[in-house]
Design a protein around this ligand. Structure first.
Ligand code: SAM
Length: 283
């Protein structure tokens, strides 16, 4: 007789306000044979609030590797397991990656139960472009490594997103100003969904100044979002010229070079044509 494998549910839980738990999260957690939580005491409060009484075990950064194999065995034996973290979506700067990867290797179904996540909540109200963003998790704690990371991101045109903790928020903003400049637009989302929720939108230096003069606003949990670098017209033009030069240099016709360049870079075909003809003339 073959045993049907169990499923691993990756369940998002509130990032502060317990009212944000989804109906489906409640259903899945209630029906699970085992709930894995980062901190069983912390999650116990949520489960008690929801009236859910299911066997609870810890799974955190320090025991994930040891715990994974026994859990995989239980899943293979047909048990339903739910993974939650202290807040928000597991695996987003939270444990679970090793377990999820092992489950996938064993062809165990891994099912997302979507819900709160500080990253998407903050982006949705930042007033910064969200069509492209780069999530960086927590920046390195201090000094040189943090500056180096920020410098490597200085030219990115996508919105940059960071998680930050109270004792590092001022240092982070100071380094961000040094790398991106005082005037770069940014947003700081603090304590979302909680009593002291605040969303600030201003230049990096004004945000730094405001928090410096309001130390009580430096407490709590933060998401910092920074507008991406503006792509100056010149940079875009240079990119087009560079690509067209390569294509024409490989003996492609103007028509084909323009067609390939417009596939790769998008934008106005007429302008690409004009540039390609100019380049041919100057050859
Ligand atoms: N898994 C979580 C998620 O889905 O967002 C993130 C966990 S990570 C260990 C914790 C960090 O997320 C905090 O330090 C903070 O940067 C951010 N965060 C979590 N809850 C938040 C909230 N209510 N308001 C602002 N930031 C929050």
């Amino acid at each position: 007789m073959s045993i049907t494998k169990g499923k691993l549910y990756v369940v998002a839980t509130p990032i502060g306000n317990l009212g944000d738990v989804t109906l489906r999260a409640c259903e899945v957690l209630s029906a699970a044979d085992l709930i894995l939580a980062e901190d069983t005491r912390h999650s116990g409060i949520l489960l008690q609030h929801l009236g859910i009484r299911v066997s609870l075990q810890s799974l955190h950064d320090f025991n994930e590797r040891v715990k994974t194999e026994p859990i995989i065995k239980r899943l293979l034996a047909g048990e339903q397991v739910a993974l939650i973290s202290d807040a928000g979506t597991p695996l987003v700067c939270d444990p679970g990656f090793h377990l999820v990867r092992r489950a996938i290797e064993e062809s165990i179904k891994v099912i997302p139960i979507p819900g709160p996540c500080a990253l998407t909540a903050a982006l949705s109200v930042a007033g910064l472009p969200t069509d492209r963003f780069l999530f960086n998790g927590f920046a390195p704690e201090r000094g040189v490594p943090r500056r180096k990371l920020l410098e490597s991101l200085a030219g990115f045109s996508a919105t940059l997103v960071f998680y930050e903790v109270p004792h590092r928020i001022m240092g982070f903003l100071k380094d961000a100003i040094a790398v991106f400049g005082k005037e770069r637009p940014a947003s700081v989302a603090r304590e979302m969904t909680k009593k002291f929720e605040c969303i600030y939108r201003d230049s990096l230096s004004n945000l730094h100044q405001f928090l410096a003069s309001h130390p009580e606003q430096q407490r709590g949990e933060f998401v910092v979002m920074i507008h991406g670098a503006d792509q100056p017209e010149d940079d875009t033009r240079q990119e087009k010229v560079r690509l067209l030069k390569i294509l024409l240099g490989n003996s492609l016709s103007v028509k084909l070079a323009v067609s390939i360049a417009s596939e790769i870079l998008g934008g106005n075909r007429k302008e690409l044509y004009r540039l390609a003809l100019e380049l041919e003339k100057n050859e």
